[in-house]
Design a protein around this ligand. Sequence first.
Ligand code: COS
Length: 382
Amino acid sequence: MDYFLTEEQAMIRDLARQIAEEKIVPVRRELDEKEEFPWEIMKVIAQSDLFGLFIPEEYGGLGKGSLELCIAVEEISRACLGVSTTYAANALGAYPILLFGSEEQKKKYLPDIASGKRLVAFGLTEANAGSDAAGIQTTAKLTGNEYVLNGTKQWITNGGEAEVYTIIALTDKTKGPRGASAFIVEKGTQGFTFGKKEEKMGIRASSTTELIFENCKIPKENLIAKEGMGFVVAMKTLDNSRGGVGAQGVGVAQGAFDEAVKFAKQRVQFGHPIISFQAVQHMLADMATDIEAARALVYSVARFIDSGAKEITKESAMAKVFATDVGMRVTTNAVQVMGGSGYMREYPVEKMMRDAKILQIYEGTNQIQRNVIGQALMKKQK
Ligand code: COS
């Protein structure tokens, strides 16, 4: 399918594909087995300027948008979702500053994020606040010129490895979601430590840790936007990043599909390559159609976001839910097409299937995405 990418967008795709094939594919199995953070690959991505894709030129980025980011995420995801999670979560962490930061905050943080010098992480989730994001308990109390943070964030992607953290905490416990505020916290700040590194089913190259705040004092200038805007900052951040999770679904599905087709052409049973059997052809046909539909939706939503549309909540939820369900379905069927070989670690599809599962869970479960779409439909009818 021709998605009518500009010359520049095609160049970004080719560059990300080259990095994926040359630098990620050869090491993905080892990174998965050793649960090793992909620093070497992050350096290559930084040298290629891909961290700055969505950051405006005035802050050292390339001044591109969601579509370019989705294209890069998709290509990296084709090779390894663990690596692409690290890359995409960096954008997630940067969005609160990009969308709501003051001029000073943007000047201070975005150039280093664009160059890949400093990784970012987004801290919303807590032990008792996952789908119910408004249920957070971490507090931030203004004392003189400082906010004092107390609480623990859980399952934070890039935890421990990132230098900069955008954190949602309560400045007024009595106000529910309207009592939340967003902050920038730097690694190394006194009272800010990391808990255990999680051992995961998939995306094992990525780092997932707790963030622990114990009387952690940060300058009051590190408040993003205004007190009480934290929940909106978080929701708008997720609105902008969920399309990227959809792109991860497209990428991992494409990666698994390519392996399944290659295998089905080579594997001979009953005297014929298994791709000649209609049962296998039908599975591959559904997989190919799913992938194209998911890519078309993800690119359309990214273009919609880049057009400057204000209301993107429903559409980004649709891209996330559809493309990540495709990611799970296609990787599972790739294992099925490849049979016993697909189940073995010698082939990459078992890892892709393990990795794909998280896409239906993080940045809002796919059940929550359907709630978000449903709520938007209800509002429209009023
Ligand atoms: N953009 C702007 N504002 C939004 C918004 C959005 N996308 N979604 C909600 N809000 C606002 C609402 O308008 C409401 O504001 P008012 O109080 O001024 O009316 C406020 O935020 C609370 O919204 P709501 O009542 O809908 O909140 P709920 O607690 O019912 O939950 C969902 C809303 C389910 C959408 C939200 O909690 C969610 O997305 N959960 C999943 C979170 C997630 O992705 N977790 C993964 C960890 S982050 S990587």
